[in-house]
Design a protein. Structure first.
Length: 247
């Protein structure tokens, strides 16, 4: 699950900023998100998307202008990624297949290619016991606030939360120390963040991999960074092959 430090950054730097900027935003409920760490995470892979497509209970931006409300809502988000006593990441496999109602993770190119990368990397047996492979991951997103009813955050919502989200991503990377960090976002979404967390990144010309880089921590642990295009609409076998080659 996310750390207490992450929750404080969400409240003080992200939600509070959304609240202060509420008059510039649509009067539409938003939802929040924090990183999710699988119970079997062993520093082998952290994956980052753009933003959640719906998550926990929604709240209006103007309600977040009150600091106590931002802190309370950050606690709601914090609880939503805790896993209810089990591994938080098993929701991916619990939703794998045609749903009775709600979300089908198997229908998402995002989760299908991550599953393949986990298998190709030897991180976990993706065909083994149900629920195991996502437990080896940390999952996060660039932007932690998104429309509650689904869809990606628009330009204004991204702008007002970006500084806090950059700070939070930096904290996540420092906390989790992944040896592989995979952005499934495209370089356009990732670049403002990479300039801070991986300033030595370089663009590459592969059709699916768009940038690579390296982060070295004081402990000596090194993180290999790969930025790939969002996999939706891509040939997934090629996407996975190019990502593995880049790592």
């Amino acid at each position: 699950m996310a750390t207490t430090k992450e929750r404080h950054i969400l409240a003080d730097k992200i939600l509070a900023s959304v609240g202060r900027s509420a008059t510039r935003l649509s009067n539409r409920q938003v939802t929040g998100f924090l990183s999710m760490k699988g119970d079997r995470y062993d520093q082998k892979l952290m994956v980052v998307g753009r933003a959640v497509n719906g998550w926990t209970d929604g709240i209006l931006p103007n309600e977040l202008a009150e600091p106590s409300t931002s802190k309370r809502y950050a606690a709601v988000v914090f609880d939503s990624v805790a896993g209810d006593g089990g591994c938080p990441m098993t929701w991916v496999t619990n939703c794998w297949g045609p749903p009775v109602s709600g979300y089908n993770s198997k229908g998402s190119a995002f989760w299908r290619v991550i599953r393949s990368v986990v298998g190709e990397s030897g991180i976990a047996n993706i065909d083994g016991e149900k629920g195991i492979w996502p437990s080896h991951l940390v999952w996060s997103n660039l932007y932690k606030v998104a429309p509650a009813d689904g869809g990606k955050p628009g330009t204004r919502l991204c702008d007002v939360q970006r500084p806090g989200c950059i700070s939070l991503l930096d904290t996540e990377i420092s906390t989790y120390h992944p040896t592989r960090l995979l952005f499934l976002t495209g370089i356009g979404w990732a670049e403002p963040f990479l300039k801070h967390v991986c300033p030595g990144f370089r663009r590459v010309s592969n059709s699916d991999v768009e940038a690579v880089g390296r982060i070295t921590f004081a402990s000596g642990i090194a993180t290999r960074v790969v930025v790939a295009a969002h996999p939706q609409g891509r040939r997934e076998s090629r996407w996975v092959k190019e990502v593995m080659k880049a790592f």
